[in-house]
Structure formats: C-alpha cells, structure tokens
Write a new protein. Structure first.
Lengths: 121, 710
C-alpha cells in the first residue's frame, strides 16, 4: 500500500469522487486541475499512477500523456484516462500517445478500483 | 443516486451551477462572434463535464439530455456545422432546461421539443447515434465448472513503454485459477537489435478456471488491440484406448521386456521436431502441459476431492521414512563418487537412474511432511478470544496465506513462540478501547497473521495496529541494564532487538497474560533453533509487525562445505553472503583487530582455526566466509571453501547438547562426518568478541600513545 495516484480533472466533483474512492481503498491521492497543473505536481512530487480526464482547459489529457511519457521517471508509469463512449477517435489518440488504459464514463467506484488494482495491484 | 455519500452530489450541483454560468457567458459571447473557437471549446467543455460527472453521480437524466447538446457542439467544434443564431438560441433554452433538471424539476414536453429543435440544426447521422452507454454492467455469470483454456499471448512491443506491467497480467491470470505459464523467448532478437523497453516475449498459458471466457478477456482489456491473443478452450479427451504395445503384451505376442526395449529406441516426437529445428523446445513443453491438462478429469465443483481421500499416518513412521530417505541420499552420494571413476557405462547409467529416483523420492517425502500453516493459525482464534476477553479489549483477528505449507516439525515448534507473540500483540501492542477511541482508531484492535512463501523460506508475520513499540522505554531499560551506553547511536532495528534479551521487559505492570520478561528471548531462541530469523518493524502510533523467516524444512538444507584444518564443516547456504580472501594485513595482524573492511563496512571475523584449536599448518590463502543472521554479519576464517552440498541433517546426540558452535552433523558421500555450524550462535560470539576487543583495543591504543609520547 501507500501508492500515490495523481488524478487530473477540471471537474471538482470528479476529482473529489475519485480521491474519495481511492483513499478509502488505502491509496494516497494528489489532485491537479489540468495538464499544466499535473506536470507541475509531477515535478515536485511522486506518483505511481496517473488518472486523467481528456477534455481540460490549458493543457488537455492528450498533451499531458505525451508530456508525461517524456519524463524519465514516468516512462513506465501507468496512465489511465477517463473517456466517454462517444470519443472513440480520442481514445485511439490517447493510446497512441502512450496511455496504459481507460475508464469509460459514467463509471462506478468499483470499476475505478478494479482498473487501479490492475495496474498497481 | 448510486455513488458515494451525498456530499459528492452537492459538490457536483455546485460545480454544475458554475459550469452553466460559464457556458452561458460563452454562448452570449458567441452571439457576437460565432467563429470564436475558444468560446466554442469553452461551451463544449462545460457540457462535457456536466454530462460526464452527472452520469457518475447518478444524474442520469441530466447526462442523457446534455449528451445531445454536447454532441451538437462537438460537431460545431469540429467544424462540421456552423454556430448559427438558431443553434445558440436552442442551446440557451437547453441550458435553462438543464438548470431545471438539476433543481429536480422535470418537463418531458419541453425536453422533447428542445431535442426536436436541436435536431433541425444538426444533420442526421451524428448526434443521436452514439448515446451514452446506460446499461449497467451485466451481472457476473454463475461460475461454470472448471475448464481448460489455451491462451497464446503476444503483446504489442510498446506495451511496457505504455505503462503496463506484463508480469501483472500474468498474475491476474493466475488469480483466475490454475495457470501454467510457459515463456516463449523465440522472439527476442540478438542484443544489438534489441530495444530494451520493448516486449519481445510471448507466453503460452494453460489456464484451468471456473470463470467464463469474458473474465479472461477482461484481463487483457487494455492491451488487446495491440496484441495477438488467442483464447481457445481445450477439449477434454478421455484416453481410454489401449496402445499397440499394451495390446501386444496382453495377447502374449511379446513380453514386457521386449516392449520396453523397443520403446527405449523410440524417441519422442517432440524431441525429433526440436532437433529438426521445426519448433522451439518451449513450445513442446507448452503442448505437453496442455496434453496432460486435457487428460485430467475435469473436476466438478461438488466433488473436488472425490477419489483423493487422505490417509492418517503416525508421525513416527513419517519421521523414520524421512530418516531412511536421508540415508538413501547419503548412500547415493557415495555411489556417485565411486561411479565417477568407473569406466563401466552400464553401471553409470544405473547410478544416474538411482540419483534421479532418490532425488524424486526425497522431494515426495518432504512433500508428505508438509502441512498447511492454517492448522496452526486456526488455534489462534481461541487464543485471541480468551486473551482479549481477559484483558477487556476487542480484537479482530484476520489472516491470510493459510495454505502456505511448512514442515510438520517446524509447525509444531512454532506454536509456542507464535502464541507468545500474539499474546504480546494484544496485551502490549494494542491500546485499551478507550485509548483507541481517543486516538481516533477503530474500537476493535486488529491483529493480522500472514504467511507466504519466499524461495525456500516461509515468511510469517504478525501485525497489529496498536501503539507501536516504545523506543525510549526500550532504550532506558537497555541503559539501565548496561546493554547500551547512554547516548550511543544505534540503528533502529538493533534498538528494537533489545527486547530479545533475557529478562527484558518494559511493561510497567505485570499482567496475567504477559509482561514478566520471560518470553521474547525464548521466542528468539526457538526461532534460532529452527534456523530462522526474527525481525521487528514498528511505527509509533500505527502498530508493530514481527516477521519470522523460517526454512521450509528441517531435514535437509543446502549447505556450503568448508574445511578447517582436516575437518569438514557445513554452513547453511541461506546464511552465507559471500566468500572473500583474507588479506595479508588481516592475517598477519594477530594483535586483535579482527575486522574486515567489506565495501566500507566493518565486519568482525572469527578465526575458526583458533577456535577449533587446529594444529595442522594453515593453508597459504585463508578464506573468509561472510555469514549473516538478521542484521548482523560475521566473517568465518576457513582454510578452504569446498563447495555446495545437499546436506541431510542428523542431530547431535544428547551427550553433545552443550556444544555451542554446532547445530547438527551430516554424513558426506565418502562416509566422513561434517559438523553443521550454528550460524546465529557464531554471530553472537563474533559480535560479543568484537565488542570485547573494541574495549580492549581502546585500552591498548592509550598505552600505545602513552608509549610514543614518553
């Protein structure tokens, strides 16, 4: 335990929900409001896994994934993005950028945990 | 509403309100400048979040309706439709509708007309086609009876670079059932063409599981698109038909010897294919596993153990069987030595056959002695219940790894130390209920027992979530008893290890359960005798974990054979860290500073020649075997390191019960006896010897300095 997950979303409610779910399961959670914020947070702290939304102001999820994969420390970190059914093309782009997995919105807390467990165990 | 406490929904409502305001501003700006991409994006993002989060927090109606508006704006954003005044008009009206929906006001008629109006601005074929997926997860199908699956897995080369740990996928498969995994390394290119982060390995997995196919597919959900994954059921075939040879023997046309002779000449088809270079040896292994699985009768969930009844056998019989197997292994070693010089090929063939048989027999016999540790853990329910009742504490006992198997003797001897440790946990480790409540911890204290295999060892840990060990009390006690110099800096682990000293108890009051200062030293001694180690980890306020590392079996160990003078001795290989040569300086310096510098760390060493009072001339190059137990290390100076040796342990007789240096003996292939060194004891001696000398050499130094200044 004690793994840290960075959750990136411009929606405060999603951030809170993700953080609440993961913290209840014993993970540490840091949050960021967009890609820029996330990169800054990665610069100053650690994260064993990143969960990011795709649509965000300033820097969107796609760009964030591309940037994170350039960081030596996160070359192999799991990155999971949140997406909706209607974003098939986005999904392909995100995967090409180096995402490890995805969660389709709307999701249940158990689904979120199942995906996190898949990567962090 | 299905997600989390209502506070999440409140946050969502507040957020949606902000987003709607933001969107409204965006829409109004767009009225002035309908081509402003930033504003279109702003509106789209707001809709996207309202929809996405709404669905998560159970506002399905909001999500459904918003989805249509979002789709329209997505097309506007992608430049497929213009942002017309009409579209803006509808969107503003839709915005009001969303706001009402969030307030809990429904208006089906208005919704219908809004959707109809929206549709006039969006050409057919786009918006309505991709509705958000509302269907709930299909209920997990009932477990089926176990089936065998053949899975061939070739992952995309960049899978690791994209954050997926391949080994974890294999672990997930193992979690589904009984998996035999065979790695196929054919795809690995020569080093100069290899991309170190690419995944070249392929796997064949023969999985026996009750889970449906979809559960297997779920494991690969994120990697499936870039990977080649074949999942096929293996048909069960009952192999009743007689072989040609069997029929011929039955008819009396040939006798069994003829048949065996003929069969020996026949080579397995797999071997032939490998030799012809048509298939890799790994693929043959994989196919053989599949074959054997397919012949296994599929177990029905009802009668898993049907036909696999167990038999109770007296323990002594088992012990004598083990003894005899031990003798056999020794005799076999002698045979091997004799045969090594023989030219007789037939004799050698028989000797090899016997070697294989005896090693199989040894494995099987050891397997018989293995008992799941759950039998031991089970007794602790009662211990915990009784102790916690008598102390008035509520304790929740959890355990995992009950299936881990351990030698029967080890399990028996573990009972007392474990009972003691569990009692300690509850008595000293866990706070009283009132204290726990005050600290904001759950009322019931938690004690967790776990067991897991790690190589040839078993790790058993006892964890509590109590107050943790009181370091200052331990320190004070250690200083009071003269074990530790005041203000001395010592590693945390060493400080905690003081509780293993005889008569060491920091408990302020003696309770009926524990705290009389007897116990932890006995625990330590028992664990040492089992050739195990014990370690304590403790965080103040969060709890304590005590980890025991124990060998799987007491009967046979892997040993390192060394020679001191003329005598041969065995060191348990698990304790050996490294072998180094004794440098000239250290050898000549007989004055007392028996320390080695190993990569910057000072390691005391014992000269076994001196300790064993050996009179033969020493070998010109003395070796040092560095052994460890827990966190301490000590070097043992020997004449020669002979090599690795499978050691069958014989206990020393009662007459030698007070011998400190040795824990047992073994018989070597040529019939000579080698003594097995008791490493924890030797380390103790080495460490105390070092402490004495440290004091002595301090005195010496002073004399020396005085002498020089004179």
């Amino acid at each position: 335990m004690g793994k840290t997950i960075l959750t990136v979303d411009d929606s405060a409610s999603i951030r809170q929900m993700v953080a609440f779910t993961l913290e209840s399961a014993g993970y540490s959670v840091t949050t960021a409001v967009d890609g820029k914020d996330a990169l800054a947070k990665l610069g100053s702290g650690t994260a064993d896994m990143i969960i990011t939304d795709l649509n965000m102001p300033n820097m969107d999820g796609l760009q964030l994934i591309t940037e994170v994969r350039k960081l030596p420390a996160h070359k192999f970190s799991p990155i999971v993005f949140l997406t909706t059914e209607s974003e098939e093309s986005k999904k392909a782009q995100a995967k090409a950028a180096g995402a490890s997995g995805w969660i389709v919105k709307p999701f249940q807390q158990e689904q979120l945990l199942a995906v996190v467990k898949k990567f962090l165990g | 509403m299905n997600a989390g406490p209502s506070s999440h929904a409140d946050v969502y409502l507040a957020e949606a309100e902000d987003l709607l305001a933001d969107m409204e501003a965006g829409l109004l700006d767009l009225e002035g400048n309908p081509r402003d991409a930033d504003q279109i994006n702003r509106v789209f993002r707001a809709l996207h979040t309202i929809k996405g989060s709404g669905a998560v927090f159970g506002f399905t109606q909001v999500a459904d309706f918003t989805h249509h508006v979002e789709s329209a704006f997505q097309r506007a954003r992608d430049g497929e439709i213009p942002v017309s005044p009409g579209l803006l008009e509808v969107t503003l009206a839709a915005l009001d509708h969303i706001r009402d929906l969030l307030d809990g006001k429904e208006d089906r008629a208005r919704e219908k007309s809004l959707l109809a109006r929206l549709a006039t601005h969006v050409p057919q074929g786009g918006a309505a086609s991709s509705r958000p997926d509302k269907k709930a997860k299909p209920p997990r199908p009932e477990p089926e009876s176990p089936r065998h699956w053949r899975i061939r897995l070739k992952l995309g080369p960049q899978v690791m670079a994209f954050g997926t740990n391949c080994l974890r996928l294999l672990d997930e498969l193992r979690a589904l059932g009984d998996a035999v995994i065979i790695a196929l390394p054919e795809g690995i290119p020569p080093l100069e063409h290899m991309d170190p982060v690419a995944c070249y390995m392929e796997w064949d997995i023969i999985l026996t599981t009750e889970q449906p196919r979809s559960a297997i597919e779920d494991v690969f959900m994120f990697v499936a698109e870039d990977a080649t994954i074949g999942i096929e059921p293996i048909a069960y075939e009952k192999d009743d038909s007689k072989r040609l040879g069997e029929i011929l023997v039955e008819r009396g046309d040939i006798d069994l010897d003829n048949l065996m002779g003929a069969l020996r000449q026949q080579r397995p088809v797999g071997e032939l294919l490998v030799q012809a270079g048509q298939v890799s040896p790994e693929k043959i292994v994989s196919a053989l596993v599949e074959q054997s699985k397919a012949r296994e009768e599929p177990k029905t969930p009802m009668g898993v153990d049907a036909g696999h009844g167990s038999l109770r056998v007296q323990a002594e019989r088992l012990d004598s069987l083990m003894d005899q197997v031990g003798e056999l292994v020794i005799a076999q070693a002698r045979l091997r030595q004799l045969v090594a010089d023989s030219e007789d090929l037939n004799l050698r063939a028989v000797a090899e056959e016997i070697e294989r048989l005896s090693s199989d027999l040894r494995e099987t016999t050891m397997g018989i002695r293995m008992v799941p540790i759950g039998t031991l853990f089970g007794r602790f329910r009662r211990v915990v219940r009784d102790v916690s009742r008598s102390l008035g504490k509520t304790v929740e006992l959890t355990m995992d790894g009950e299936d881990s198997e351990l030698d029967k003797t080890v399990i028996e001897r573990l009972n007392d130390p474990l009972v003691h440790l569990v009692r300690n946990c509850i008595d000293h480790g866990l706070e009283t209920t009132e204290e726990r409540v005050r600290e904001g911890k759950p009322e019931a204290g938690r004690v967790h027992l776990s067991a897991a295999h790690s190589g040839a060892q078993v790790l058993i840990s006892i964890t509590d979530d109590g107050r943790g060990m009181n370091r200052s009390a331990i320190r004070a006690k250690a200083e009071e008893r003269g074990l530790l110099a005041p203000d001395a800096q010592i590693p945390d682990g060493d400080l905690l290890a003081f509780v293993f000293h005889p008569g060491f108890s920091t408990a302020r009051e003696v309770s009926a359960v524990s705290g009389r200062g007897v116990g932890m030293d006995v625990v330590k001694r028992t664990i040492d005798a089992l050739r195990g180690t014990i370690e304590i980890g403790s965080t103040p306020g969060e709890g304590t974990t005590i980890t025991l590392k124990l060998p799987l079996t007491l009967a046979i160990i892997d040993g390192l054979l060394v020679r001191v003078g003329k005598g041969l001795y065995v060191l348990p290989l698990s304790t050996v860290e490294e072998c180094v040569e004794l440098s000239d300086d250290a050898r000549k310096d007989q004055r007392g500073c028996d320390f080695l510098n190993i990569r910057g760390a000072l390691v005391p060493f014992l000269r076994l020649r001196e300790r064993f009072k050996v009179s033969t001339p020493p070998d010109p190059f003395q070796k040092v075997v560095v052994v460890s137990s827990g966190t301490s290390r000590v070097g043992l100076v020997v004449d020669q390191v002979v090599g690795q040796h499978q050691t069958v342990i014989k206990s020393l007789g009662k007459l030698m019960a007070d011998v400190r240096e040795f824990s047992g003996a073994t018989i070597l292939g040529d019939g000579t006896v080698a003594l097995i060194m008791d490493v924890p004891r030797l380390i103790e001696m080495g460490q105390t010897g070092a402490d004495d000398r440290r004091l002595q050499s301090g005195v010496d130094d002073r004399h020396l300095i005085a002498g020089e200044t004179r």
